[in-house]
Structures are given as structure tokens and as C-alpha cells.
Design a protein around this ligand. Structure first.
Ligand code: SF4
Length: 324
């Protein structure tokens, strides 16, 4: 009998013994609903989504005829919990660790009232380093208990050329914070202190990935490069967090536009193809349908039968292929 089966039987027995509905099954259902409600397509090119390899031809196919490409399945309950755990680790470092150290720039918010008409909380927003909103309370033994609800970090949006958009985990100021005047906007802060600012990117991973890291992962470096390009900042600090042991590793990467030259070209070509309505050529790795890249592509079937150019977009509109 496999361990997994043994565990399932053990859990089922435990559930029978309690005579109560299973919390585990409830969480599973809850996460499945959350997964279906996920919305993350705002029409922009997100570094986290395009750095694995963007294909202008695929983007035109998917945006013109989403029904002819293989649909992404929503993350299952287990994967959703991995996403949420990653978000919680980010919040811990942004709100309670790096944020409290005083050098993390961004937006901070707390609830400061209640809008009775709309029946929603109202928020106070602060732009800058973490504000002192009286977030410490002291227990009997002199330990501090951070009040996690009173000061929440909001990541900085990056809206760059070629319709690229996303958020950085933070901006770290490497100088003396007392030299930064109060009241600056983020744009003013960057313009004035560009050379002392480093983009902060936190990545969580398991022990297997963490132990194998000798440098930041290539896909993360590409993301960082796009953010540096978008914000005009010259360095990114990657902090890797090991979810099994809480160990940390950090790497600093300098801006190098050559790293993302192909991705930028792909963004430009995709925007142009969508605007002028033509179907770009296949990627050179995809001349054969059984190449590794083509096999992994959700649009391989229409891609392999359609031509190139404006006529191919009409072909695509009328495409009747086998269901993906
Ligand atoms: S098969 Fe290759 S060329 Fe065709 S759409 Fe997919 S990635 Fe692009």
C-alpha cells in the first residue's frame, strides 16, 4: 500500500472519529472557488509572464481566437495555497522585516475609518518609507508584538513602454534615509536618488531549488532587467527564501539591456501585429511541430496550419480546426 493511500485512509478514519465535517475538504473547496475567481489579465505584458519566452505569433492567435488555443487550467487547491503562502512570505518581509528596517520605499496603508454609505473601510495611504503609525505594543516581558493590521505595504506599479506593466516587491534605499526629504512622490524619489536605489525582489522556493542556486535564476534576472528598464534603476537585489528552512541567499544584478533585448523586440512586434492585424512568423525553434517549444505551446495546432501576414489573420478568423 502506498504512503499516500495510507494517509488518505488514516485521514478518512480520523474524520469518521470526529463526527464533524472535514476542514481539509472545506479548505479544498474554498481554494478551488478562489482559483476560479482569479483574474490577472489586464492586457499588459507582465515580466513574470513573458520572461519564460514570449511569442508574438502566439499572442496574436490567442487574442484573436482564444477558442482555438488550449486553455490554461486554473490552479488547483494545492497550487493556490502555494501562491498564498508566497504572498504571506512577501507580506512578512515587506511589512514586518525589511519594512521595519526603514529602507523600504513604497506605499503603506491602514484602515482609518468606515464609509457607512458604501459599507466599506476607508484607507489612509502613505508614500515613502514605512510610517510610524504606532505599530508596537509591549507585552509583559518586554517583547514587542507587531500589529500586522495597521501598516500594510502596497507594491509599486511599473508602467513602461511597449505596454509592459507589473509590480516590484519594493525599492530599497541604500543611503542615509535622513537625506530624503519628506513628501516626495515615488517618481520624484527615483529621479533624485536613482543611484542609491535598488529594486527589491523576493523569491520563495523549496530546499531543492534553494540548495542548487549559485546565482539568481535566469527567468528572475530577465524580470529584474525589465523592471530596471521600466523604472530607470541600475540594480536589483534578489532575496531567495527557503520555505523549508527559512534560510536566505541574496544576489545583486546590474542593469544590462542585452539580457532582455529579444523580449523587448517580441513585445514591440506583438503590439505592432495586434494593431496592424497581421500574423507574425513562427519562432525559429518552431519550424517543426514536434520541436520542444512547439510541443509546449498552447497554440501549436493553428500555428502550424496558418500562414503569415494580414491574410493569415483572416484565415485565423475563419479557422476551423480540430478542437485544441
Ligand atoms: S508553436 Fe512556436 S511559433 Fe507557433 S505560436 Fe507556438 S511558440 Fe509561437
Amino acid at each position: 500500500m502506498s504512503n499516500a493511500l495510507r494517509d488518505m485512509i488514516k485521514k478518512a478514519k480520523a474524520r469518521e472519529d470526529t463526527g464533524m465535517p472535514s476542514l481539509e475538504e472545506g479548505i479544498d473547496r474554498f481554494m478551488t472557488v478562489e482559483s476560479r475567481n482569479r483574474r490577472n489579465d489586464d492586457g499588459r505584458w507582465h515580466p513574470s509572464q513573458i520572461c519564460g519566452g514570449m511569442c508574438p505569433r502566439f499572442e496574436v492567435i490567442e487574442r484573436t481566437r482564444p477558442d482555438v488555443v488550449i486553455q490554461k487550467s486554473p490552479p488547483n487547491a494545492g497550487l493556490m495555497q502555494i501562491f498564498w503562502l508566497g504572498t504571506a512570505i512577501h507580506a512578512m518581509y515587506q511589512n514586518d522585516v525589511v519594512g521595519r528596517m526603514g529602507h523600504l520605499w513604497g506605499f503603506w496603508r491602514r484602515v482609518n475609518g468606515w464609509d457607512a454609505e458604501k459599507q466599506i473601510p476607508t484607507w489612509e495611504i502613505h508614500e515613502g518609507f514605512r510610517p510610524d503609525w504606532g505599530t508596537y505594543s509591549y507585552a509583559d516581558k518586554g517583547e514587542y508584538i507587531p500589529d500586522r493590521t495597521s501598516c500594510e505595504y502596497i507594491e509599486i506599479g511599473v508602467e513602461a513602454e511597449h505596454n509592459m506593466g507589473g509590480h516590484v516587491d519594493g525599492l530599497l534605499f541604500m543611503g542615509d534615509v535622513s537625506e530624503v526629504p519628506a513628501g516626495l512622490t515615488t517618481a520624484e524619489f527615483i529621479a533624485r536618488f536613482r543611484d542609491k536605489i535598488v529594486i527589491f525582489e523576493l523569491k520563495s522556493c523549496n530546499s531543492r531549488v534553494f540548495d542548487s542556486l549559485l546565482k539568481p535564476k535566469e527567468i528572475h534576472v530577465k524580470q529584474g532587467q525589465l523592471y530596471m528598464r521600466g523604472l530607470g534603476i541600475k540594480k536589483t537585489l534578489f532575496l531567495y527564501y527557503n520555505k523549508n528552512t527559512s534560510q536566505l541567499k541574496e544576489y545583486v544584478v546590474d542593469y544590462d539591456p542585452t539580457v532582455t533585448a529579444e523580449t523587448v523586440t517580441d513585445m514591440i512586434e506583438t503590439n505592432e501585429a495586434l494593431e496592424k492585424r497581421y500574423l507574425p512568423a513562427k519562432k525559429t525553434e518552431c519550424t517543426r511541430a514536434n520541436s520542444a517549444r512547439a510541443k509546449a505551446c498552447r497554440g501549436v495546432r493553428p500555428c502550424m496550419t496558418l500562414g503569415v501576414g494580414t491574410a493569415a489573420v483572416s484565415q485565423l478568423r475563419n479557422y476551423v480546426g480540430l478542437p485544441p
